[in-house]
Each structure stands twice: as C-alpha cells, then as structure tokens.
Design a protein around this ligand. Structure first.
Ligand code: ATP
Ligand code: MG
Length: 561
C-alpha cells in the first residue's frame, strides 16, 4: 500500500535495532533483556502500544525476553484496577511476559539499602529544605543552583535521619533524601536530585510497610539493573535524565549495567495520548469510559473493533526514530482496513432505511439467495439471504431529482440489488409533508443473480434487506474525538472536542444473519464500512460500532457529480 510506506518494510533497521545488533555482535551483552514499565495509574493507550511493540518486539526478534514491570513507586495515584487492565491490554496486543511480571515495589528493600550505601559514600544527604525551597535553590537553565545548607551533614547524621524517616518519625514533605552530585551542573537533573520523599500513604502492594517512597529517577535504572535489563528503551523526555541514570549505575553496587536508549513518542493527529488528559475526559463524563470506542486507549480501540495486528502493523510502519512526528490518524485507519478487509465477513445493513415495494413480485414469495461471505477469503463460505416483495434500501441511494452523474436509484432508473435482481423505479409515495416514504418498483425476473441475459447494463449495485426478515439494530458511527490535528494547540484541549464524534442511528435494518454476530467478530457492512458488535447489545437488539468507514468512494462520486 503506497500511502503507508512511512518507514519501510519487515526487518527494517532502525537505530535501536542497530545498537542491539552491534552489542550482541561485539559481546557487550550476552542476550537481550528489555522491559515495558507502565506506571499503573491509568489505562494503556496508543502511545503505549508503540512502546510495547518496541520493547517486546525487539526482545522477541533477538531471542531475548521482555519483562512487564509495574513502575509502582507512587502510591497515591495507583490502583489494582490499572494493574489488572494493563496485563489484559498487553496480552490483547499479542505479547507475553511469561512469568516475568515484576513490580518496582518488590525492590523497595534493595533500593533502600542502596540509598544507605550512597549516604555512607558521602553521595547522598537528608535535606530539611521544603519543596519550594528546593525548587528555588535548584536554579534555572541559565543560572547554577545553590547548595542546600544541609548538604554537608556528616554521614552518621544522614544515616540516622534517613532511618528515622523510614520509621515514620517525620511528617510528609518535611525532609527528603537527595543525591549529592553537582548543584552547578548544566543538567538540572544532576543538581542533587531527590531520591526519597516522605509519604504516609498506603501502597496497593506494600500496604503500610513504607512511609518513604523512591522517586522514578532513582527507582527506574536500579530496577532495570536488578532485572538484568540490557537495553532500557524509553521516550525522548528521558534523554536529559540519562546522565543521572548512568550516575546511579556507576555509583551503586548494582548487579548489571543496563543502557538507556530514547526514541520519539508516538503522536497521532486528532488524538491525545496523555493519561492525565484521558483521565479528565473520563472523569468529566465527556466519553462513556476508558473503553469508549472513541478513546485511543487499547480497550477503547478493542471495543471499536481495531484488530491488535493492525496496531502492531501500524507501529512497525511508523518506525523507530528520534525525531518528533505527528502521524495522520488516516494511516492508522488504513492499517485497520487492510487487516479487516482480509478478515471481515460481509453483510448487508441498511442504516437509514427507505421502503421499496416490488409491485410485480408475488405477495407471499420468499426466495433464498446465496451471498458470498468474503470475496478475499474463499474459506469464509457463503450464507443465505432472504428476498421478498418489500425491502429496505439506503435512503441516500435514491434521489427523486438526481444530478447528472447520480447512477443510483431515481424515477425511471434501473439498478441491481446485490445478489438479487435488477429493479426499476416506477413511482414514489410521499407523506403529507412531501417526504418520500416509499418507492414503487418492478423487477426483471430474468436478472436473478445480478446479470441480464440481454446484456443490459446498470451502473449501480445497491445493498438491501428484506423488510419482513430484517433485524432492528442500533448503529454507532464514530469520527475523531477531536476536530483538529493537534488538540489543545490553541490552549484548552477540551475546546477542540469534536461535537460530531458520535452519531447514534436507531432503527437500522440489518440482514438476519447479523442477529448471530458475535463480540469480537469483524464485519463489513457492504458499501458502508467495517463494524463490530458492541457489548451494549441486548437480546434481539444488536448494537454495532463502525470501526472505520470504507475508503470513501461515494463521497468522491458525489463530489464529481
Ligand atoms: P503519560 O504521558 O500518558 O502520563 P507516561 O509516559 O507517563 O504517559 P507510563 O506508564 O510511564 O506513561 O509509560 C510507560 C512506557 O510507555 C514508558 O516507557 C513511556 O516512555 C512509554 N510511552 C508513553 N507514552 C508514549 C508515547 N506516546 N509513545 C511512545 N511511548 C510512550
Ligand atoms: Mg511515566
């Protein structure tokens, strides 16, 4: 597909794979170990899908392994709900961590011991400055920081204070443990970063065992080292933290020496990938939940009907680089279509029904026609579709007074009904207000199957359902959640919400086979797009989500006409 070759094909090289290959070749590492380290404070989203595919994908490709590590160092925002959903979502995306589900909180004791080690080496100290003062002393990008008055505390005093911090003798925020590096460093991350803060809060896993918690910067690299991670892959915002990452590894008796490598985040147009903002949408009821089919969360996309292999394919095509980018959401949709085109069974569904009566068709006759389930997959077989005198067609497929290039139904025009017959429109029934409520037609019995023995041609083939056999359904059509490419570019991202992102169609008429649609089954409604059954469906009343529209040839036809 020409519009998708962003970054190249299978086995493509990228700078991270090149580094890994070279590290293996030169014996710097014996094997590849990576990790995917989500903070369990929200649901996984499209951006995480990129990280997951890179972390797990690279480990897989090089015969290594990838750990799933909950980066659970901040007890106040973390919940079991997230820990469970993260595992489900990573599995759904197609990856497996085996028995290597890890938690940063499992390393709290070791991290604590290493903190004491730093104190004993004169490389960490307890600071009594307040958070505001610490910020003020830190300096700016252009101004060096100033040493804290507590920076030169004797080792013994630091040890004693740190132990008392652990015992719970001090109030939240009254003291911190800081690394003693360089307050004049050009890199602000090296200006005596905080290693531990006091937080009298219960942790989902360690309960009340701790009232001091390590910071991300201190915990992350050491967790990598404990797990024997060889390549710690993360996004670019951590680039400036790498010197600190390396400082800890160099100054602690860690069992291995992981290497941090950064790549650019995935940004997709008309979408946000920030857990904080996604949480806000959920909290403020602007979407129905984390799994709202408009959400770029993995569960939202799953409910919408995006196949996991389409997401993997998308990430592969986007590639791995260090340059900031904004990928058109259309690329993602194209990847989804490509997978669904091969897999989705075709069905007929009329979303906006208009009644069509075939006047010369016998009143009580029902014919059973055979329809192909998937022209892309012979193995998908066929199904039977009932045909009768009263049908529904799509209201848009009829125009009483059509422009020149409108080839569908209009008074006097003849079209093909898919799998059935040619019909010709002979009359129109209207209500008092002048709206068309019904079409009268005749059919040509000789055209059964869709071709005329006399070689007569028609220019359009319409989908339809038999009125007496149709199943009533609700159909939900989605557009992007935001109406402009970079939500929030003008300030408030909520102001950019697309008011038309969800359109609910009630009273749709779908073919009987759709009564048996199953959750997770990919469907194509002919001429409309790809759809899937939504869990909101009730018995005898299916609800369908439009996963993605077909490539919009009808809009083009209209534009031409
Ligand atoms: P958020 O910005 O939504 O808070 P986060 O980066 O803080 O996300 P984490 O749970 O810490 O969320 O992320 C786990 C991993 O996923 C990290 O390695 C992070 O770099 C990566 N990641 C998060 N967002 C993206 C993204 N948009 N593109 C690629 N990787 C991402
Ligand atoms: Mg993070």
């Amino acid at each position: 597909m020409s519009d998708l070759d962003l970054a190249g094909e299978e086995g493509a090289r990228d700078f991270i794979r090149d580094i890994v290959r070279a590290d293996l070749r030169d014996g710097r590492v014996g094997g590849v170990v990576t990790r995917f380290p989500p903070e369990p404070n929200g649901y996984l989203h499209l951006g995480h899908a990129k990280a997951i595919c890179i972390d797990f994908g690279i480990a897989e490709e090089f015969g290594g392994r990838c750990n799933l590590r909950m980066d659970d160092t901040n007890p106040t925002k973390e919940e079991h709900e997230y820990i469970d959903s993260i595992q489900q979502d990573v599995r759904w995306l197609g990856f497996d961590w085996g028995d290597r589900l890890c938690y940063a909180s499992d390393y709290f004791e070791q991290l604590y011991e290493w903190a004491e080690h730093l104190i004993r080496e004169g490389k960490a100290y307890v600071d009594d400055l307040s958070a505001d003062e610490i910020r003020e002393y830190r300096g700016t990008l252009t101004e060096p920081g100033r040493n804290s008055p507590f920076r030169d505390r004797p080792v013994e005093e630091n040890l004693e204070l740190f132990r008392r911090m652990r015992k719970g003798e001090f109030a939240d925020g009254s003291r911190v443990l800081r690394a003693r590096i360089d307050m004049a460093s050009g890199n602000i991350n090296l200006r005596d970063p905080v290693l531990y803060r006091i937080l009298h809060a219960s942790h989902p896993r360690t309960g009340d065992a701790w009232c001091i918690y390590p910071t991300y910067d201190y915990a992350h690299g050491q967790s990598d080292a404990i797990e024997g991670v060889t390549h710690s892959l993360c996004t670019l915002e951590f680039e400036d933290h790498r010197p600190l990452y390396d400082w800890f590894i160099a100054n602690l008796p860690v069992p291995s020496r992981p290497r941090q490598i950064e790549f650019s985040r995935l940004n997709v147009s008309h979408t946000i990938v920030s857990k904080r903002r996604l949480l806000q949408l959920v909290r403020e009821g602007l979407v129905s939940g984390w799994d709202d089919p408009r959400m770029p969360t993995l569960r939202g996309m799953r409910r919408r009907g995006f196949p996991p292999e389409a997401l993997r394919d998308f990430v592969r095509r986007v590639g791995v680089t260090k340059s900031e980018n904004l990928i058109e959401v259309a690329y993602l949709e194209a990847c989804v279509r490509e997978v669904l085109n091969k897999r989705a069974e075709r069905r007929m569904a009329v979303l906006n029904p208009l009644k069509l009566v075939i006047e010369n068709y016998p009143e009580d006759q029902v014919e059973t026609l055979t329809a192909v389930n998937n022209p892309e997959d012979e193995g998908a077989g066929t199904r039977e579709v009932p045909f009768s005198r009263v049908l529904y067609i799509e209201r848009d497929d009829f125009m009483e007074d059509p422009p020149k290039k409108f080839f569908r139904l209009s008074p006097g025009a003849e079209v093909r009904l898919r799998y059935a017959y040619f019909v010709k429109c002979t009359g129109v029934v209207k209500d008092a207000a002048g709206n068309v409520t019904e079409l009268r037609c005749t059919y040509d019995p000789a055209t059964r199957g869709g071709d005329s023995p006399d070689g007569r041609k028609v220019k359009a083939t319409l989908h339809w359902v038999s009125a007496a056999h149709a199943v009533d359904a609700e159909v939900r059509l989605y557009e992007t959640l935001f109406r402009n490419p970079v939500p929030g570019a003008g300030g408030d991202f909520l102001a950019d919400l697309n008011p038309d992102s969800l359109k609910v169609l009630e009273g749709c008429k779908v073919e009987p086979a759709l009564a048996e649609a199953k959750l997770g089954q990919a469907l194509q409604f002919e001429r409309q797009g790809y759809f899937c059954l939504d869990p909101d469906s009730g018995p005898g009343r299916p609800v369908f989500n439009r996963t993605v529209a077909l490539r919009d040839t009808w809009a083009k036809e209209k534009a031409k006409g």
